[in-house]
Ligand binder design. Structure first.
Ligand code: ADE
Length: 229
């Protein structure tokens, strides 16, 4: 079963992982998630995890020592995929979610403040049993990597076999659908009632003509994809 170790100074963020599909996946033994408090590895009476930046500048930088200890504690002799959340990282997308869903062990390092001392990336990149991924969930700045980790886990875990009740829905959703090899977003969906506030469900969806419905949905999905750009 895939193992996810999450390291943060705010472990409380991850209580959402007891809910919904991810909660069920954990309870039924499809994924193993462990949350670790970085402060357990901080020294001194103040349990400090940050310090001022060399070279000057605003804000604080997370010290490498507690991170090194916390990561070493959860590392195994197998491939350790270390995900460092940072707005400077590679942009997360559906292809990355699919790739990460195939990994047996992910460690998420949730930095705060101005980020983690860069030697943590450098050191683990030089270790043969580690593969380091600096990842951003989008071009905006969060206060820390916790919410970014929740986003990534939600996208990754639903791709693990057995997690979704109806795996066929995976093939038909946004960013997995393709037209002529290009990923597109999903067509608009409708359910009952057939009329709501003067708006009707498109006639063709009621026709029972599966070929025509498929063509209509593809056309609408392409339109939506173009409108996003
Ligand atoms: N930490 C702060 N901003 C972030 C972002 N956009 N993605 C990932 N981690 C972050």
């Amino acid at each position: 079963m895939p193992k996810y170790d999450l390291i943060s100074i705010f472990p409380g963020y991850f209580s959402a992982l007891d809910l919904s599909l991810i909660g069920k996946a954990r309870a039924s033994g499809l994924v193993n998630i462990s949350v670790h408090d970085l402060r357990d590895h901080a020294g001194g009476i103040h349990k400090s995890v940050d310090d001022t930046p060399y070279g000057g500048g605003a804000g604080m930088v997370m010290s490498p020592e507690p991170w090194g200890k916390a990561i070493d504690e959860v590392a195994t002799s197998q491939a350790n995929h270390l995900v460092i959340l940072t707005p400077a990282g590679k942009k997360f997308d559906q292809a990355m979610a699919q790739e990460f869903a195939s990994f047996e062990h992910l460690i998420f390092a949730c930095g705060r403040y101005e980020g983690i001392d860069h030697r943590v990336t450098e050191f683990y990149s030089s270790q043969p049993q580690f593969i380091v991924h600096e990842v951003s969930i989008g071009d905006y700045v969060l206060n820390g990597g916790e919410v970014a980790t929740l986003v990534m886990l939600e996208a990754i875990i639903r791709l693990i076999p057995g997690v979704l009740g109806n795996p066929e829905s995976l093939a038909e959703e946004s960013h997995t659908l393709t037209v002529e090899g290009e990923a597109i977003v999903e067509y608009p969906n409708y359910t009952k009632p057939v009329e709501w506030r003067g708006l009707s469900v498109p006639e063709i969806l009621l026709s029972g003509n599966h070929g025509a419905i498929k063509a209509y949905r593809t056309q609408e999905a392409v339109k939506r994809t173009q409108n996003r750009e």
